[in-house]
Write a protein that binds this ligand. Structure first.
Ligand code: ATP
Ligand code: MG
Length: 586
C-alpha cells in the first residue's frame, strides 16, 4: 500500500529567519569565509569546512531528558532551513553539564530527530569534544587580561552581582595578576581544589545594565564523571561560553535559539569578537537569532517537570502516550509528517504565545485522513440480533480501504445474524434529530444491509441488553437496487462471531487545567486521574494482524495506532491517537 506524503509537502511560509538567510545568501555574507585555522579538533575541521554557498545551522540539545514537541519546532526550523537553502544542519550535543547527562538521552534524541525525518549525515558533534579547545581559549582570555580566577563564596558572589536596577560591584579578586590567574586556573584544571573553591570569570563590566555581562563565570570546578570524557576533567565550561565557541568551531552561520537568550547575545558576540581579535577565530563569525519558543495549553514542557512525572511514575515512562515527548507522541500514533505540518502552520515569530493543542491534532487528522486505511471497530458494544437472518449462516460484505483511494482495494467484512453495534447508536426514546437506531426506524449497516429495528431486550434495571431487527435481503451495499433504500442513518458494526476482542486505550489530556501549577501549588495536583481509559474493543477481523505502529481510522471514532510496545500481530493493542473531530468545544 503506497503511503503518499500528505504533510509537509507544501513549502513553509516565509518568516523573519528565512528572510535573513535569503539576504545573507544574496549578499554573500559568508562568501569570504575561509577555514579559520583555529585549534579546534581536526575531525571537526574535516567535516565543517566553510563554504560560501552554504548556510550551517545546528540543533543543540542538552542530553538531560527526552525531546518534546517544543524541540520539534526547533528541529524542523533548523533542519528545515538547511534543507530549503541547500545548507547543512549539525546535530550537536551540548553536553557540558556532567551530572545530569546520560547515554540513554543521547540515544533517544538521535532516534527522535531521525524519526522526524531529518539527517545530519556526518555532522554529529559533542560540545565535550571541544573541552581542550575551550580550555585553551580560556587561557587566552586570562593571558589577555580578560579573565580572572575568583575565590568568593557563592553567597558573596550573589551579594556583589547587583540587581536589574543596581549595578554590581567588583570582586576583590578581580585585580589578580595574569600570572597568578594563569597559575590558579591551571591548578584548578589539575584538580588541586575542591568544588566551589574557585571559578574563572570573564572580566567585562560589573556595572553593565545587562547582568549577563557582569563578569560571567565561564568555568567551575566539579569533580564528577562525564558520560563521554570520563574523569579527564574536573573543570567544566558554562553554557554561554561553550555555546558560541562551539558554533564558531563548527562554522555555524545562523545560530537560532529561543527568546530568553536575547539578553545573552551581547555576551555571545563579546566572546567571539575577542577570540577573533586574539587571532583564534576568523570573521565573519556566527550570528545568534532568537525566535519565540513553543508553548502549548494543558501541556508541561519543562524538562524538570517531565523528569518528575517519569521518575515518580505518574506516567509509564518517557514514551507514555500522554506525554508531550516525541517518543510519547510516536507511541500514541502521531506521524513525523503531522509534526512538520504543525510547525509549518504555527510559523516562526518573535512574539511569545500559547498554541492551542487543537492545531496539532488537526495536523495529525489532515495527515492521517490521507494515509490511514479505514477499519471498523465497536468500542462500547451492544448486541444486535437480525431475527430474519438464518442462524449459522454468514456472508461477506466488501468495504473500501480508503474512500478516496480505490487503488487501495477492498476487504471482506464477515456478516452474520448477530452483530456488535455501538451502544449509543440505539435509543429507546431518542431526542429530535437522532437518525440512528430507534424502535421502528431504519438505518444502513455500513457496507452491509438496511435494517429496521423491531424491538429490544432489557434487564431488570432497564438496561438495554440486545436490539432486534429485520434486514432487507435486497439492500446489500454494492448490489443493484441497494440505492432504492433511502435512510438517514449509517452505523458501523462487527460480526459477534468474527470480532477480535482487543485492548484499546483512550487518552485525555494529562492535566485538567491549561497552565498546570500556576500560583504556588504543585503542578502534580493538576494531573487528571482519568487521563487514560482502557477498554475492550470489538475489532473487525482484519485488524488482528496489525503490526506495531500500524495506523488506522476506526470509522466514526478517530485514528488509532497499534502500540509499539504491547501490541503483536494476533494480539493487537490500540492507542487512540486523536478523535475524528475536535470534541472538546462541545
Ligand atoms: P534546558 O532547561 O535543559 O536547557 P531546553 O528545553 O532548553 O531545556 P535544550 O536541550 O537546551 O532544552 O534544547 C535544545 C534546543 O531546543 C534549544 O536550541 C532550544 O532553544 C530548543 N527548544 C527547547 N524548548 C523549546 C520550545 N518550547 N520551543 C522551541 N524550541 C525549544
Ligand atoms: Mg536549553
Amino acid at each position: 500500500m503506497s503511503k503518499p506524503d500528505a504533510g509537509g509537502a507544501s513549502a513553509p511560509a516565509s518568516n523573519f529567519i528565512r528572510h535573513i538567510v535569503e539576504n545573507d545568501l544574496t549578499r554573500g555574507t559568508y562568501a569570504t569565509r575561509r577555514w579559520s585555522g583555529h585549534p579546534g579538533p581536526a575531525s571537526v575541521q574535516a567535516r565543517a569546512q566553510p563554504d560560501a554557498q552554504r548556510i550551517r545551522t545546528r540543533f543543540p540539545p542538552e542530553p538531560n531528558g527526552y525531546l518534546h514537541i517544543g524541540h520539534a519546532k526547533s528541529i524542523c526550523l533548523n533542519f528545515g532551513l538547511a534543507r530549503d537553502f541547500g545548507g547543512v544542519c549539525h546535530m550537536r550535543f551540548d553536553d557540558t553539564n556532567p551530572t545530569r547527562e546520560e547515554q540513554e538521552y543521547v540515544d533517544s534524541i538521535l532516534d527522535a530527530v531521525r524519526w522526524l525525518g531529518f539527517d545530519w549525515g556526518a555532522n554529529l558533534y559533542y560540545a565535550s569534544d571541544y573541552f581542550e579547545t575551550l580550555y585553551r581559549f580560556a587561557e587566552a582570555f586570562v593571558e589577555h587580561g580578560l579573565a580572572y580566577v575568583d575565590s568568593l563564596t557563592a553567597q558573596q558572589t550573589r551579594e556583589l552581582r547587583g540587581t536589574l536596577t543596581e549595578p554590581g560591584r567588583d570582586s576583590p579578586y578581580r585585580t589578580r595578576s595574569v600570572a597568578e590567574n594563569l597559575d590558579l586556573f591551571r591548578r584548578m584544571r589539575a584538580g588541586e581544589f575542591a568544588d566551589g573553591a574557585h571559578v574563572l570569570r570573564l572580566k567585562i563590566d560589573m556595572a553593565s545594565p545587562n547582568i549577563n555581562l557582569r563578569d560571567p563565570v565561564i568555568y567551575r570546578i566539579r569533580h564528577v564523571h562525564h558520560h563521554r570524557t570520563g574523569d579527564a576533567w574536573c573543570v567544566y565550561p558554562m553554557y554561554d561560553y561553550t555555546h558560541c565557541i562551539s558554533d564558531a568551531l563548527e562554522n555555524i552561520t545562523h545560530s537560532i535559539c529561543t527568546l530568553e537568550f536575547e539578553d545573552h547575545r551581547p555576551l555571545y558576540d563579546w566572546v567571539l569578537e575577542r577570540l577573533a581579535d586574539f587571532g583564534l577565530l576568523v570573521r565573519p563569525l556566527p550570528h545568534q537569532y532568537e525566535f519565540a519558543r513553543l508553548n502549548l495549553g494543558y501541556v508541561v514542557l519543562s524538562k524538570r517537570k517531565l523528569i518528575q512525572l517519569v521518575e515518580d511514575k505518574h506516567v509509564d515512562g518517557w514514551d507514555d502516550p500522554r506525554l508531550p515527548t516525541l517518543a510519547g507522541y510516536r507511541r500514541r500514533g502521531y506521524t513525523p509528517e503531522a509534526f512538520r505540518l504543525f510547525t509549518d502552520r504555527i510559523g516562526v515569530s518573535k512574539e511569545n504565545s500559547s498554541i492551542d493543542l487543537s492545531v496539532l491534532e488537526e495536523a495529525l487528522r489532515d495527515d492521517l485522513n490521507e494515509r490511514a486505511p479505514r477499519r471498523m471497530a465497536v468500542l462500547d458494544p451492544l448486541r444486535l440480533i437480525i431475527d430474519n437472518y438464518p442462524a449459522g449462516a454468514e456472508e461477506q460484505c466488501q468495504a473500501p480501504n480508503h474512500p478516496q483511494r480505490p487503488e487501495w482495494g477492498k476487504r471482506d467484512l464477515p456478516f452474520s445474524r448477530e452483530l456488535w453495534i455501538e451502544r449509543d447508536d440505539f435509543m429507546v426514546t431518542p431526542p429530535k434529530g437522532f437518525f440512528r437506531l430507534t424502535p421502528g426506524a431504519q438505518v444502513r449497516l455500513r457496507f452491509g444491509f438496511v435494517i429496521r429495528c423491531t424491538g429490544h431486550d432489557q434487564d431488570a434495571d432497564g438496561n438495554v441488553t440486545a436490539v432486534h431487527c429485520e434486514y432487507h435481503p435486497d439492500s446489500k451495499s454494492g448490489t443493484p437496487g441497494a440505492d432504492t433504500y433511502k435512510v438517514k442513518g449509517n452505523i458501523h458494526w462487527v460480526s459477534v462471531g468474527h470480532a477480535h476482542p482487543a485492548e484499546v486505550r483512550l487518552f485525555e489530556r494529562l492535566f485538567n487545567v491549561a497552565s498546570p501549577g500556576t500560583g504556588d501549588h504543585d503542578f502534580l495536583l493538576d494531573l487528571d486521574p482519568h487521563s487514560r481509559r482502557t477498554i475492550t474493543g470489538r475489532l473487525e477481523p482484519s485488524l488482528a494482524a496489525a503490526q506495531p505502529e500500524d495506523r488506522f481510522q476506526f470509522e466514526r471514532h478517530g485514528y488509532f495506532c497499534a502500540d509499539s510496545v504491547d501490541s503483536t500481530p494476533g494480539a493487537p493493542v490500540f492507542n487512540r491517537a486523536v478523535t475524528l473531530k475536535d470534541s472538546r468545544g462541545r
